[in-house]
Design a binder for this molecule. Structure first.
Ligand SMILES: [Zn+2]
Length: 383
């Protein structure tokens, strides 16, 4: 017995006399590691960078092309993806092809910027688009702030805003980001009492609020070999930055929902809890004014298709369809494939392969259209 095999014998079986597999004959060095009982050899793969890793699949399975959604759809989460009349016409053409009846554009804009979008979108396609306005976040220490912000909300509503959003707080406060933010104790979080009159006005005008609170939980984890998402997402990382924790931001959401029970909040991206449906169910049970959109969380529902389908069935009246991923035809078709088919091992935006949920027509109708028809503000816009 060689020196190495003796060592491995001692390590693995304590020399009890049981047969030792041939792998134990190989010394473990940096170049040769045993994983799962197989000797891992060095080779060209050692030179592949994590960010460049795009494995092919040899799997022979169905690839269902779903060009159009099975029922008319309201997409409750997009942004200003069309900036000219020509681009807008192009977008409407794509909407017709893929089965989108109405698109909600979360402009985040106020003032003349909002008015220009009204002119661009609503004067041309009042039946096909809804515009949401933003929140004034300037000079928030000024005693006139609450009144000013609320007044602008009413003005935007009169111009045609039918909701507010996307109201985003990833920890930097409203209007803040990693480059440009106030001191930790000065930030305007959604549960700040200065915003109370604003949220109450939303309730009075029946304007839903699209709220982005926190972010994907991986953002709070250190970047490195164990980081959960694909390297393309590392720009969103918040680890070690001066922001509240994920749980603290969920508490902000909970206080907001408690303080303003008459206001409808649509927490986008499954409230950033798509990895944890038990917690999300608890929140929906606790806060009747909380709704969700599934935008940009194709990878969360697709990596756990059975759990996600059960969740969408159980909360069929609380979840809305949204995209938040541009306006390309194949993007919409990708969503129909995940939601409507039983396809397996679907390539996703992350490395996680996705699996179709094959939702039934009742769940799809609620998700695609009926919930939006019920909770959004459909008051016609007058010019
Ligand atoms: Zn968005």
């Amino acid at each position: 017995m060689s020196r190495w095999s003796l060592l491995f014998c001692l390590l693995l079986v304590g020399c009890s006399g049981s047969p030792v597999s041939e792998v134990s004959e190989v010394p473990q060095t940096e170049e040769s590691v045993v994983k799962y009982g197989v000797r891992v050899k060095s080779g060209p793969m050692d030179e592949v960078l994590v960010k460049d890793y795009v494995p092919d699949s040899s799997l022979v399975v169905a690839e269902t092309h779903v060009p159009k959604a099975s029922v008319d759809v309201v997409d409750v989460h997009t942004h200003v993806y069309a900036k000219t009349p020509e681009e807008l016409t192009e977008w409407v053409k794509t909407m017709d092809q893929v089965g989108i009846d109405v698109t909600v554009v979360l402009t985040g804009a106020i003032g003349t910027e909002f008015d220009q979008l009204v002119d661009l979108y609503l004067s041309r396609y009042p039946e096909r688009f809804q515009l949401y306005c933003g929140v004034d976040v300037d000079d928030i220490e000024n005693p006139d702030y609450a009144e000013r912000a609320t007044k602008e909300l009413v003005r935007c509503y009169e111009r045609g805003a039918r909701g507010v959003g996307e109201v985003s707080d990833k920890g930097w406060g409203l209007g803040g980001n990693s480059e440009n933010h106030l001191a930790l104790d000065k930030r305007l979080h959604p549960d700040d009492s200065r915003l109370d009159p604003f949220w109450e006005k939303c309730a009075e005008l029946e304007l839903p609020v699209n709220l982005h609170i926190a972010d994907h939980p991986s953002c709070w984890e250190p970047l490195g070999p164990n980081w959960e998402r694909t390297p393309d997402f590392q720009g969103f990382n918040l680890y070690g930055k001066e922001v509240p924790s994920f749980d603290e931001l969920m508490e902000v959401r909970n206080r907001l929902l408690t303080e303003h029970p008459r206001t409808t909040f649509i927490a986008c991206h499954l409230s950033n809890l798509g990895h944890d449906f038990p917690s999300l169910s608890q929140a929906l049970d606790q806060y009747p004014n909380l709704y969700l959109d599934i935008s940009a969380r194709d990878y969360e529902i697709g990596r756990q298709p059975r759990t996600a389908a059960a969740f969408l069935g159980r909360y069929g009246d609380r979840v809305l369809f949204g995209t938040d991923m541009g306006r390309e035809q194949h993007m919409y078709e990708g969503w129909w494939r995940i939601l409507e088919t039983a396809d397996e091992f679907i390539p996703g935006r992350l490395w996680w392969r996705l699996y179709g949920l094959q939702l039934d027509e009742k769940v799809l109708s609620g998700l695609y259209r009926d919930n939006a028809r019920r909770i959004l503000n459909w008051k016609p816009v007058e010019f």
